[in-house]
Design a protein around this ligand. Structure first.
Ligand SMILES: Cc1ncc(COP(=O)(O)O)c(C=O)c1O
Length: 383
């Protein structure tokens, strides 16, 4: 396993080689949710529940299996580098011209492409405290200044972010996650609209809507008709249940799409990914079912957290951030996380966000959630 190294020790082991930017040495590797396989190996537990990566616990549409199977005889052939059919389907679904769409190997690929396309070492990227960790990583990757704006009640403080853009004239990109991961907070469209209208049109505003299907009110598609400096990034990894295939897309103005389409790798979405995403998009009944199940299970979990005396932040996504209060004797988020792991339940600690008393828990199926709550209950009452 790759272990994070301090900046100095990494610099030493690179000996005569120097990375493009010093900030690359300070880059902590992205921490993924612990894979089920690792837990089976480490603790010998076969019955593992993973509630750590905001995946859809219901899987994906059954239509996807058929679409994927059809591709299996064609694996020797490159995919369609332009993703024609998927783009057509997305264009119709989003009521937008296909020329405004860019496909990505997951939405992280698009966030990376956008940073590489617009941000250089003398520039700044603005994002909120507690926003998706990749934004601060992208600032370091570009050797740029990352401006983290203090959050307001765990969410984006758009007034302070607007101020930050004005104070930092070299700002090139603002990232806004709506709903935000890991806090689950959500902004109103009017707030976002006001924010964009108040900042220079030379600043690109990236609205990351990875969890939009769980919270259709967060859909800011209309802002694309009003502003040329807006990009909306979405993914098939969450509600569509295709995290393992890596497909995402960006909606933007035609010129922005033209530029970022040049920057992306020619075949950044696989043949199987393209076919699966198209089939998944066509099955909106599955999305409706996933949304309803998530809503129902989220409400149930909230009641259980209340009963356990655990604080949480109301979430617009398919996950909930839960506080393991410091007043609880002999209990910390770290110890609870460890005890959950030992009993086969994987959740996400949030120390990397500076939220070391909190755990992020993905909403699972009724069975997953019952197992989580029973395990949590036994951990908290045995202290
Ligand atoms: C807010 C947000 N944006 C983007 C992503 C990236 O997802 P993917 O690359 O799987 O599309 C995630 C994944 O956790 C996320 O939470």
């Amino acid at each position: 396993m790759l272990t994070p190294q301090s900046a100095e020790s990494l610099a030493t082991t690179l000996s005569a080689l120097t990375p493009a930017y010093d900030s690359l040495l300070a880059l902590a590797p992205y921490q993924t949710g612990k894979p089920v396989e690792e837990l089976i190996f480490e603790y010998g537990i076969s019955d593992v529940v993973k509630l750590a990566s905001n995946e859809n616990p219901l899987g994906c549409s059954p239509q996807v299996t058929l679409a994927v199977t059809e591709q299996l005889g064609q694996l020797a052939r490159y995919p369609d580098g332009n993703g024609y059919y998927l783009k057509q389907a997305l264009a119709e679904f989003n009521k937008i011209d296909a020329a405004c769409i860019t496909l990505g190997n997951g939405s992280n690929d698009l966030l990376d492409i956008l940073a590489r396309s617009f941000v250089s070492a003398n520039d700044a990227i603005v994002y909120s405290q507690y926003a998706f960790v990749v934004y601060s990583m992208l600032a370091k990757m570009q050797g740029a200044t990352g401006v983290e704006v203090p959050a307001k009640r765990f969410g984006h403080d758009l007034e302070a972010m607007s101020q930050a853009v004005h104070n930092q004239p070299n700002t090139k990109v603002v990232f806004i996650a709506n709903p935000n991961n890991p806090t689950g907070t959500q902004l109103k469209q009017e707030e976002i609209q006001r924010f964009i209208a108040n900042i220079p049109s030379s600043v690109l505003v990236v609205l990351d809507e990875a969890y939009i299907e769980y919270s259709p009110d967060s859909n800011n598609r209309a802002l694309l008709d009003e502003f040329d400096n807006v990009v909306i990034v979405r993914t098939f990894s969450k509600a569509y249940g295709l995290a393992g295939l890596r497909v995402g897309y960006a909606l933007s103005s035609v010129p922005v799409a033209k530029l970022i389409n040049r920057i992306r790798q020619p075949f950044n979405v696989s043949r199987v990914g393209l076919a699966a995403a198209q089939a998944a998009l066509a099955d909106q009944d599955f999305i409706e079912y996933s949304r309803e199940s998530n809503q129902e299970q989220k409400r149930w979990l909230e009641k259980q957290f209340d009963a356990l005396g655990l604080g949480f932040v109301p979430s617009a996504g398919n996950f909930i951030m839960v506080e393991i209060a410091v007043e609880m004797e002999a209990v910390s988020a770290t110890s609870v996380n460890q005890a959950l792991l030992e009993q086969g339940v994987i959740v996400r600690p949030l120390a990397v966000y500076g939220l070391s008393n909190w755990l992020r828990i993905t909403v699972g199926t009724a069975e997953d959630n019952l197992r989580l709550i029973d395990t949590l209950h036994s951990i908290l009452t045995s202290q």
